[in-house]
Design a protein around this ligand. Structure first.
Ligand code: GDP
Ligand code: MN
Length: 397
C-alpha cells in the first residue's frame, strides 16, 4: 500500500529523522493560509507539492515555488486542477522552500531474494534514480542490512562516505539507520528519500549553516502486515485505490488480475495455483488468481463473480471448490444468484467436491450449469469454451 508524502514524512519523524515542517491544503485558500504561516516564520519562498501516489511529480509540473501568499494561492489552484499520470490532484503539501546545496538519493527496499533489507545511496539524487542505475550503475552504492540487527554503525558510515556526504557523514549515517528503523517499525517494503538534501539555513547570528534533511519521502507498506499496525490502515487513500482492488479487499477475496481469458474462482491459495497450472496444461491462459477463502457464503461467491467479470477479456470461467469448511451447496447457491445478476453471459464450468457436493450437484444440474467431476475435465472444458485459447494442446496421456 502506497502512502502520501505527508504521511510518509510523519513516519520518518516518528523515527527521529530530520524532516522540515509542512502543512497540507485541499483548496487554494487553504494553501494561501499555509503560505502565510511559513512566510511569517521567516521563509522567503514556499514550495507547493501535489500529493498524488506517483513519482516524478516535479517533472510533471506538480512541484512549484511561490514568493508570496497570493502567488501560493494561484500556484496551488493550478496544481489542484491538474491530473498527474491520470490521477487528479486533490491535496497539496505546502512548506518553507529549502535552499538546496546538493541533492542525494537514499532508499531501502525489501530484497526478497536476499532475504534482507537492501540500502541504496547515491550522490546523484533528485533525479530519476532508475535512469542513474542504467547509465551510471557505479554511482550507486548498495549494501544489505540484517533484518534482526538493523543497519550496523560501520555500514551506515561506509554508506555515508561512499555517497560523498563529506562533512555531513554523521547526519547521513543517522538517516540511513533511521530509514531501516522506519522500515522495520512499520513493516514497509520500501522507504525512499529523493532528494535527501544538504540545505542552507539562516543561523541566528545572521550567518548561514548547512543541514541534511529529507525533502521528499516515499513509503510503501506491506498490506499483509497492516493487521500488526492498527493506526496505519487509516493512511490508505481511498481516492487513489483501484476500485477493483477495493471491492476485493472489502469482500475478503484475494484477487490478482492476469493476462489470460479464463476466469478462475477457487477456495484456497494452493488450489488456486494448481487450477491455474492445469488451465495452462490444457492449453489455456488464466485471467486471474482468485481465492475466495475458507467458509465462503453465497454473497462472497457473487462478489467473486463480479470481480472476474470486470475483466472484458474473460470469455470462460472455471469454478473449482474443495468443500471442507466451505459448503458446496452454499457455493452453488451463490453461483446461481451471481448468474442471475450477471450483465454478460460467459460459459462456466463448475467442479465442486467435498462437503455437501451432492447437494451442490443437484442444485447446479437443476439450474443447467455445466459441471465436471475432475479438475482435469473441468480445465479441458473451460479451455474448449474459451476462444482465447488455441485448444490445440490436449491433455497429456
Ligand atoms: P518528485 O518529483 O515527485 O520526486 O518530487 P520531489 O519532492 O522530489 O521534488 C522534485 C524536485 O523539486 C526536487 O528534486 C527538488 O529539485 C525540487 N524541490 C523540492 N522541494 C524543494 C524546495 O523546498 N526547494 C527547492 N529549491 N527545490 C525543491
Ligand atoms: Mn522525489
Amino acid at each position: 500500500m502506497k502512502i502520501q508524502e505527508a504521511d510518509a514524512k510523519d513516519l520518518l519523524l516518528g523515527q527521529g529523522l530530520p524532516v522540515p515542517g509542512w502543512t497540507v491544503a485541499r483548496t487554494p485558500a487553504e494553501a494561501r493560509t499555509s503560505a502565510e504561516h511559513w512566510l511569517a516564520e521567516g521563509a522567503s519562498q514556499v514550495v507547493i507539492k501535489a500529493q498524488v501516489l506517483v513519482g516524478g511529480r516535479g517533472k510533471a509540473g506538480g512541484v512549484k515555488l511561490a514568493g508570496s501568499a497570493e502567488e501560493a494561492e494561484q500556484v496551488a489552484g493550478r496544481i489542484l486542477g491538474m491530473d498527474i499520470k491520470g490521477i487528479p490532484v486533490r491535496k497539496v503539501l505546502v512548506a518553507a522552500a529549502a535552499e538546496i546545496v546538493r541533492e542525494y538519493y537514499l532508499g531501502a527496499v525489501l530484497d526478497r531474494a536476499g532475504r534482507r533489507i537492501l540500502l541504496m545511496g547515491s550522490a546523484e539524487g533528485g533525479v530519476d534514480i532508475e535512469q542513474v542505475a542504467v547509465d551510471h550503475p557505479e554511482a550507486i552504492t548498495s549494501l544489505h542490512a540484517d533484518p534482526y540487527l538493523g543497519l550496523l554503525d560501520h555500514q551506515a558510515r561506509h554508506l555515508a562516505f561512499a555517497m560523498g556526504l563529506g562533512a555531513h557523514w554523521k547526519a547521513g549515517a543517522a538517516v540511513a539507520k533511521g530509514l531501516v528503523q522506519t522500515m522495520l517499525a512499520n513493516d514497509a517494503d520500501l522507504v525512499e528519500i529523493n532528494p535527501l538534501a544538504v540545505v542552507r539555513e539562516a543561523a541566528p547570528d545572521g550567518a548561514s549553516t548547512e543541514r541534511l534533511v529529507c525533502l521528499d519521502a516515499k513509503i510503501t507498506l506491506d498490506e499483509s502486515a497492516l493487521a500488526r499496525h492498527p493506526g496505519l490502515d487509516a493512511l490508505r487513500d481511498p481516492d487513489e485505490e483501484d476500485p477493483i482492488d477495493r471491492e476485493a479487499r472489502e469482500a475478503g477475496i484475494s484477487f490478482i488480475k492476469l493476462h489470460g481469458t479464463i476466469g478462475c474462482m477457487v477456495n484456497g491459495a494452493g488450489l488456486a495455483m494448481t487450477t491455474m497450472d492445469l488451465i495452462k496444461r490444457a492449453g489455456g491462459e488464466p485471467a486471474n488468481f482468485l481465492d475466495i477463502g475458507g467458509g465462503a457464503r453465497a454473497d462472497k461467491v457473487a462478489a467473486a463473480m463480479r470481480l472476474i467479470l470486470t475483466d472484458p477479456k474473460v470469455d470462460a470461467i472455471l469454478v473449482n471448490i474443495f468443500g471442507g469448511i466451505t459448503r458446496g451447496d452454499e457455493v452453488a447457491r451463490g453461483l446461481i444468484e451471481a448468474r442471475a445478476q450477471q450483465t454478460r453471459s460467459v460459459p462456466m464450468v463448475v467442479r465442486i467436491v467435498g462437503t455437501n457436493a451432492t447437494e451442490a450437484d443437484g442444485l447446479l444440474r437443476e439450474a443447467r450449469f455445466e459441471t465436471a467431476a475432475s479438475l482435469d475435465e473441468a480445465a479441458a472444458k473451460a479451455v474448449a469454451a474459451s476462444a482465447g485459447s488455441d485448444g490445440s494442446a490436449g491433455m497429456p496421456a
